[in-house]
Ligand binder design. Structure first.
Ligand code: ADP
Ligand code: MN
Ligand code: MN
Ligand code: MN
Length: 337
């Protein structure tokens, strides 16, 4: 029987790239092959030379449609020579993993996001005129007054599991309507693949609930935490000894490195990294055990065990996971090599 392949790709939206998709119907036994789209409608081409090539790179069951239907994540390429499109950030992640794969880099990404009521433009759980009670009871909270949108979160978690993604957990966050899910551990390329598909599933399922998902870094000004994408990272050596944990932190703080990384950590980074709300200031670098006010936290358990991973707390929720994983792999693995 014919089946559907939902082709997914990352567009050229500025300043934050977004996921796009379209459906291809395939005959029984046919594989999803190379396809294309109108790049002039996604900020990736001009009208007179509009075709962009879609190259399938990762596929999984489509947990929303079910049956034999699948999701097909693609890289974008130029028609002229099939080289990566300039907006194709996965190509950089592939190169980093090819170079440093022997160090076995692993990532765990914590995607925070905010559910927005399309009627009011306010986060879910915010009253129409005014503000809810301040932060405190919402993080990992239970109960109808504290929690908004759990139906969607449960559906999304199940969908990620059914698709075979490396989802490792989920929790309510510190602001009403704010949530988090985690992808990992997975390598430099796979963590981005799984994150982008998980984002697709979240945005897609939210359509059914008539709610908008925002990955904006500071959706509410004022005394509310922003939305981040904490990036947990290790290499085999870091999972084996503490010297490598410290060497990784030092490499991340080397001259010029913090500034270079922040450029890839998502738009609006200065608005979120204020030094308050469990962040370090954007223009300062520090690392420390259990320190949620540091740029990089060494989890307490890691200090206890003398091995494990580090948490870069700076990336924004709106960062591109491929850009994050490429930056950390290149910086840390070149120092540990
Ligand atoms: P937090 O305590 O900061 O909220 P989370 O539990 O939300 O942390 O996320 C931690 C993430 O780190 C998970 O995705 C987990 O899979 C990942 N992780 C665990 N061990 C490692 C490791 N050795 N290397 C990289 N990531 C790891
Ligand atoms: Mn977390
Ligand atoms: Mn969090
Ligand atoms: Mn964290």
């Amino acid at each position: 029987m014919a089946y559907r392949a939902e082709y997914l790709w990352i567009d050229g939206s500025v300043p934050t790239a977004e996921i796009r998709s379209k459906t291809k119907i395939l005959a029984d036994g046919d594989e999803p092959g190379v396809w294309g789209y109108d790049g002039s409608s996604t900020n990736q081409a001009t009208g007179d030379n509009s075709d962009v090539v879609l190259q399938p790179v990762f596929q999984c069951p489509d947990p929303i449609r079910g049956g034999n239907d699948i999701l097909v994540l693609c890289e974008t390429a130029l028609t002229a020579d099939l080289s990566p499109h300039p907006t194709n950030t996965r190509a950089g992640a592939r190169a980093a993993l090819e170079k440093y794969g022997d160090q076995e880099p692993w990532f765990g990404l914590e995607q925070e996001y905010t559910l927005i009521n399309p009627a009011t433009g306010w986060p879910a759980g915010f009253p129409n005129n005014g503000f809810p009670a301040p932060q405190g009871p919402y993080y990992c909270g239970v109960g109808a007054l504290k929690i908004h949108g759990r139906d969607l979160i449960e559906e999304h978690t199940k969908a990620c599991m059914d698709a075979g993604l490396a989802i490792s957990g989920t929790n309510a966050e510190v602001m009403p309507g704010q949530w988090e899910f985690q992808i990992g551990p997975a390598d430099t390329v796979a963590v981005g693949d799984h994150m982008w598909v998980a984002r697709y599933l979240l945005f897609r399922l939210a359509e059914e609930h008539n709610v908008e998902v925002s990955i904006e870094a500071k959706p509410m000004k004022g005394d509310w935490n922003g939305a981040g994408m904490h990036t947990n990272f290790s290499t085999r050596a870091m999972r084996e000894n503490y010297e490598s944990i410290i060497a990784a932190c030092e490499a991340m703080g080397a001259l010029g490195v913090p500034e270079r990384h922040l450029e890839g950590y998502g738009v609006g980074i200065e608005d979120r990294l204020t030094g308050a709300h469990e962040t370090q200031r954007f223009d300062q670098f520090s690392y420390g055990v259990s320190d949620r006010g540091a740029s990089i936290r060494i989890p307490w358990q890691v200090a206890q065990d003398g091995k494990g991973y580090i948490e870069d707390r700076r990336p924004n929720a709106n960062a591109d996971p491929y850009v994050l994983s490429t930056l950390l792999t290149n910086t840390v693995c070149s120092a540990l090599a």
